[in-house]
Write a protein that binds this ligand. Structure first.
Ligand code: HEM
Length: 399
């Protein structure tokens, strides 16, 4: 097999190909996407922190100067929303946006949410157990992070069912070489989501509540230069980033445990291993397999010269299995103590929600271990189509 992010076989098991890349071609040009694939942990980690690269180049150059075509006009509504969020901007705009939002996501602030997260997780798991099991993704993995982030932002309960489909459609644009149909779907979702949030933010400005949208709408009012577009871009980012990967860590994580029954038994016998187990599940089957960066100045990586204007694709899934960093990297070890996995990224875009994600995962895995101690797989799961955002379509279990 070779690197083929469009093949379901590769998506289901990319790790042998990654091992070969790390050994034989740790930095190599990939013709079909015109990107440089970077496979080793040390390089991925260094490039994430290197300010000669950026999530965008539009703060220093035009599309033409970077030898890139203009975005097709029909994509405008999509990019307006996405490029207004902190993930797709660089300093100084990034610094300002991140500072405004980060107050709500400090470890202390999110620790205060733990009892609420625990209550939600227990409620979902209790219902799941009463029903004798079912699809763990639809019944537990999805509703928990969606509810938590929707409550933080203040999205009314009646509208929450809209979030997951909008997010999934928007994420279609992040896959490699998305089809024209996927592009149109993403644009439509971004427009609808944006219209919805503009309405909600305007309402909250008039009738503020105790939620993040109200708080950010006040900032937008108060002259700290958070434009309405930035407000909407920030909320879309928080709502999407705030659940996509957590859903997939839950699904991929349980599937990893079922495939490694001795490790599952070890965890069942000692719930004290939960914190290291969660980090290990994030490492062993990484939910976000790849992140991209633009090269803003000529660089050399592993002896390979990469010129300004290039794009690098950082293979997180490969970095997390690098034997230079992890002992016996293909082994799932729920007690792994030294685990510098890269799943939350590194550098200035390091995941803002990492403390919240860790609490959500600890509470949902904890509730399932306690209340469904004999949970078992009921059917072979199927991977969703995504490679960049990689997760199971469903995970049928019996309790
Ligand atoms: C296990 C779950 C999660 C994983 C694996 C994850 C992973 C990541 C990664 C890798 C990045 C950096 C992307 C890059 O450098 O290009 C990132 C950024 C981000 N994540 Fe997460 N994330 C998770 C959960 C969350 C949650 C619950 C939130 C809640 C708000 C969140 C909010 C964000 C935001 C706002 C950014 C952008 C930060 C910036 O650009 O400065 N994430 N995440």
């Amino acid at each position: 097999m070779k690197f083929d992010p469009w093949s379901s076989e590769f998506v289901a098991h990319p790790y042998d190909v990654y091992a070969e890349l790390r050994r034989e071609r740790p930095v190599g040009f990939f013709e079909p996407t015109g990107q440089w694939l970077v496979a080793r942990h040390a390089d991925v980690n260094a490039l994430l922190r290197d300010r000669r690269l950026g999530r965008s180049y539009l703060h220093v150059a035009t599309h033409a100067e970077f030898g890139r075509p203009d975005d097709p006009g029909f994509q405008d509504p999509f990019w307006r929303v996405i490029r207004a969020g902190m993930l797709d901007v660089e300093p100084p705009v990034h610094t300002r946006l991140r500072r405004l939002v980060s107050k709500a996501f400090t470890p202390r602030m999110v620790e205060a949410l733990r009892p609420k997260v625990a209550e939600l997780a227990t409620g979902l798991v209790d219902r799941f157990v009463e029903n004798g099991g079912g699809d763990l993704i639809a019944e537990v993995a999805e509703p928990l992070p969606v509810t938590v982030i929707a409550e933080m932002l203040g999205v009314p309960e009646a509208d929450r069912h809209l979030l997951r489909p909008w997010s999934a459609d928007i994420c279609g644009m992040y896959e490699l070489n998305p089809s024209i149909e996927a592009q149109h779907t993403a644009v439509r979702a971004a427009s609808e989501f944006s219209d919805y949030l503009v309405g909600l933010a305007r309402h909250r400005r008039e009738h503020p509540g105790d939620d993040l949208i109200s708080a950010l709408a006040q900032v937008a009012d108060g002259g700290d230069a958070l434009t309405e577009e930035e407000l909407v871009g920030t909320c879309v980012l928080l709502l999407n980033a705030g659940h996509e990967a957590t859903v997939n860590v839950t699904g991929n994580g349980w599937w990893s445990l079922f495939r490694n029954p001795a490790e599952l038994e070890r965890l069942r016998a000692d719930h004290g291993l939960l914190p290291t187990a969660i980090e290990e599940l994030m490492r062993w089957d990484t939910p976000l397999q790849m992140f991209e960066r633009w090269v803003l100045e000529d660089i050399t990586v592993g002896g390979v010269d990469i010129p300004r204007g290039s794009e690098v694709a950082l293979l997180f899934g490969s970095a997390n299995r690098d034997p230079e960093v992890f002992d016996d990297p293909d082994r799932l070890d729920v007690g792994r103590a030294d685990n510098p996995h890269i799943s939350f990224g590194a550098g200035i875009h390091f995941c803002l929600g990492a403390p919240l994600a860790r609490i959500e995962l600890a509470e949902s895995f904890g509730a399932l271990l306690r209340r469904a101690p004999a949970m078992e797989l009921a059917a072979e799961p199927v991977w969703g189509p995504g490679y960049v955002i990689r997760g199971l379509e469903s995970l049928q279990v019996r309790v």
